[in-house]
Write a protein that binds this ligand. Structure first.
Ligand SMILES: Nc1ncnc2c1ncn2[C@@H]1O[C@H](COP(=O)(O)OP(=O)(O)OP(=O)(O)O)[C@@H](O)[C@H]1O
Length: 238
């Protein structure tokens, strides 16, 4: 096993029907345990890049390796399994199930992820205990953990989404602009908690945002425009 968590080589990706690729990344890698911020303007392809790394969409050419697995050689089922076991995804809109409690939302993360359940068992915890531990660390009270997700504040929902991504220590945590709805102090506090939890369980963090002010929080910052050689919107006809 190499030190690489994500390795990209000669990647291009065009949406069906598009004349130009939205992404063309000759080379990029993220090592295990790193905390990387990818910054890019709205519409520059950040979410698209994350969906390719997560194996939700497939590259048009080139390869993406996640934990040494070349995604292009895996079947859809194998990609789904790799994503379930090794990638925790924090979505921009959190994607919580509104009528389930915070605790139930978190526990759902490992329902189809045997490797994540196994890592929890190896720590001597049940899934419910591990979910409670994470929600406690992320600052939700016992009462809040039993509330339905729809009755929580945006900041609390965001912490539930983070706990769901972290449960069972996936190798890679992907965060797609999860702080856009927060004020600066809550945003910084959330990022620090995320760093602590990733460090504790050895997860790599890949965080994308359009917000340049977040750069000071991260040990590594990458501008998507420096990775991506595809013509950006408005450049194609120049
Ligand atoms: N499902 C899709 N089908 C076709 N085009 C898409 C699809 N999703 C995104 N795009 C296009 O791909 C480009 C990049 O979109 P993407 O959502 O990856 O950008 P982003 O940097 O994440 O933007 P934002 O910061 O606003 O979320 C945009 O031009 C967008 O219109």
């Amino acid at each position: 096993m190499s030190d690489c968590c994500v390795a990209i080589h000669g990647l291009t990706f065009a949406w069906p029907g598009a004349q130009q690729p939205v992404l063309a990344i000759p080379q990029w890698s993220v090592n295990k345990g790193e905390r990387v911020l990818v910054r890019g303007a709205s519409g520059s392809g950040k979410s698209t890049l994350l969906s390719l790394i997560a194996g939700i969409h497939s590259a048009s050419s080139g390869y993406i390796k996640v934990l040494d697995h070349d995604l292009s050689t895996l079947s859809q089922r194998q990609r789904d399994r790799l994503r379930a076991n090794e990638i925790g995804y924090i979505f921009q809109q959190f994607n919580l199930l509104p009528y389930l409690s915070a605790q139930q939302n978190v526990e759902l993360a490992v329902q189809f992820a045997p490797a994540r359940r196994q890592r929890i068992a190896q720590r001597g915890q049940t899934v419910a205990e591990a979910a409670t531990t994470l929600l406690n660390h992320l600052g939700l009270t016992d009462a809040q953990q039993q509330q339905s997700a729809q009755t929580l504040s945006v900041g609390q929902q965001q912490r539930v989404a983070a706990a769901r991504a972290l449960l069972g220590a996936p190798a890679l945590i992907i965060a797609d602009e999860p702080t856009s709805a927060l004020d600066e102090s809550h945003r910084n506090e959330f990022i620090n908690l995320l760093f602590q939890e990733c460090a504790e369980q050895g997860s790599t963090l890949l965080f994308v945002t359009h917000d340049a002010t977040l750069a000071t929080q991260f040990p590594q910052v990458v501008e998507l425009s420096e990775l991506n050689t595809a013509p950006q919107q408005g450049e194609a006809d120049v």
